[in-house]
Design a protein around this ligand. Structure first.
Ligand SMILES: [Zn+2]
Length: 241
């Protein structure tokens, strides 16, 4: 490659690098932004989980209470039936035995009534807690959605900027051969957005490694693309372009 062509190629790459440095920064921001929502989202989700646990608890309580109410109903029917039988009994022994049986049923009935009351109390407590938690969940949800809206707007803005630069970039790529462009793009990707670096005080402007006089001569000759032996970035002499 002739010196003039290499200079031209380097100039194009430096111009492209200016665009890519900005695009890289925008893309880095795009990647980082969603994490801003992590805290507020996690608080909201925890509250939401708590509320759903209460809903399940309420559902279980009502199901258990209804089962006990059915038990109570059949216990009451048993007592009515036993009382009817009681009236027909002839001997005192049979009568006393049935009476004892009825007393036991009444004790069961009373225990069931107590249990049902406890379920009602528990249901009241859970319902009250749910109503308090609902306020908290709603507030956390609004907070999260408001934050999300802000972040989404920022992302949209950044994506628009990237799209604008993308068009500029296509123009800047014109005239750069495919092999060099692919090598340059890999460097942008792997070297935090910086592929083209000027020589600063005889050192690589990317990794600051001092360059040998042989390397500096090669750069001055300008008949090939020269890369730093330490960080692999493409070197150029700013004053020579
Ligand atoms: Zn270097």
């Amino acid at each position: 490659m002739a010196g003039k062509d290499v200079k031209d190629l380097l100039r194009k790459l430096v111009a492209l690098q200016k665009i890519d440095a900005e695009v890289y920064e925008f893309k880095r921001e795009i990647k980082a932004k969603p994490a801003l929502l992590d805290d507020v989202k996690s608080v909201f989700e925890k509250k939401q989980t708590r509320y759903r646990e209460l809903e399940t608890r309420l559902f279980d309580l009502e199901r258990s209470r209804k089962a006990k109410e059915l038990d109570l109903k059949s216990k009451e029917q048993e007592i009515v039936k036993a009382n009817t039988v009681l009236m027909t009994l002839k001997t005192n022994r049979e009568y006393q035995a049935k009476l004892f049986e009825i007393e036991n049923m009444k004790a069961d009935q009373s225990a069931l009534e107590d249990e049902i009351l406890r379920f009602f109390d528990e249901t009241t407590k859970v319902t009250e807690e749910m109503s308090r938690e609902k306020t908290v969940v709603d507030a956390e949800e609004s907070k999260y959605l408001a934050e999300k809206q802000k972040v989404d707007a920022l992302l949209k803005d950044l994506q628009d900027k990237v799209a604008t630069f993308e068009a500029e970039r296509n123009v800047a790529c014109e005239g750069i051969d495919a092999v060099t462009l692919a090598m340059y793009e890999r460097l942008v990707e792997n070297r935090m957005g910086l592929a083209m670096v000027p020589i600063l005080n005889d050192a690589c402007g990317g990794c600051y490694m001092k360059q040998t006089s042989q390397m500096l001569n090669k750069l001055k000759m300008c008949d090939e693309v020269v890369r730093c032996e330490t960080c692999a970035r493409i070197l150029y002499l700013a004053g020579e372009l």
